[in-house]
Design a binder for this molecule. Sequence first.
Ligand code: NAP
Length: 274
Amino acid sequence: MQTLDNSLGLSMPKLGLGTWPMLDQACSDAVCTALDLGYRHIDTAAAYNNEAAVGQALSRTSVPREAIHVTSKVWWDKLAPADLRASFEASLKALRLDYIDLFLIHWPGRGDWNMERSLDALAALRDSGKAKAIGVANFPLPMLRRAVEELHVPLAALQVEYHVSLGQQPLLDFCQQHGLALTAYSPLARNRVTQFPEIQRIAEKHGVLPSQVALKWLLDQPNVAAIPKAASLANQQSNLDSLKVQLDDEDRALIAGLPKDQRLVNPEFAPRWD
Ligand SMILES: NC(=O)c1ccc[n+]([C@@H]2O[C@H](COP(=O)([O-])OP(=O)(O)OC[C@H]3O[C@@H](n4cnc5c(N)ncnc54)[C@H](OP(=O)(O)O)[C@@H]3O)[C@@H](O)[C@H]2O)c1
């Protein structure tokens, strides 16, 4: 599978497995199934309460550690430097790893949050080698721009909601310009993508599933990775098979015409998106 690589320590397969909201044995089994099928990128977070389950799967698999990319994240109430470091160490322990491939700030802090200090602490984890690469999630463009262009933090990736019905062009332009990967979360819009007649028509034309059209549309874009969550072997395989779908310009034009404002993940602690 194609990987996204950059000079900031990132080497991340374009298609990964999302693990929220899977827990315990169900999560562990799903990760093992995915690794058996050929997935080599697993997305977890401290806030998902499933790092131990992911760690159990990683300890069970015969796939070598260095062949697997693991992303984890620190929650927004643990962004003071000491808390961030403690959260990182707890993630490492739960995952049973001695390094994490990509470690992200899950959401920006609130109120008088000192972004610079948190990003310094994040960068120190990269300097230590325990996080191979670092990044952020759910940062709006002004915040990302400040981190990269003013503070020169070596961010390798941004994780945001992105799918056929939520546009992210300004963030994607920025990531492409600066060599960051953009990881699309909720890439199936939590299965709503299948409801668009345009997506259904494209799927019928190619003899594939609507979910596969939606995923391939993302995966065809430079710098973009996607992390659909799928519990069953059938859905994991189907998502993997999306890599074989061939979309054409007519398909992309139809998808471009869909509404692009349908944000699904917008908790009360979310930043202003514009
Ligand atoms: N950074 C953040 O703030 C953030 C926020 C949200 C999510 N995430 C990450 O992104 C991952 C994915 O996002 P998400 O879970 O919100 O949404 P999603 O991946 O768009 O959708 C997941 C839903 O789609 C279903 N599904 C998956 N493959 C399918 C297929 N081939 N056919 C039919 N249904 C299918 C899943 O069902 P089954 O499980 O039954 O297959 C599940 O109900 C999360 O697991 C998490 O790791 C990150």
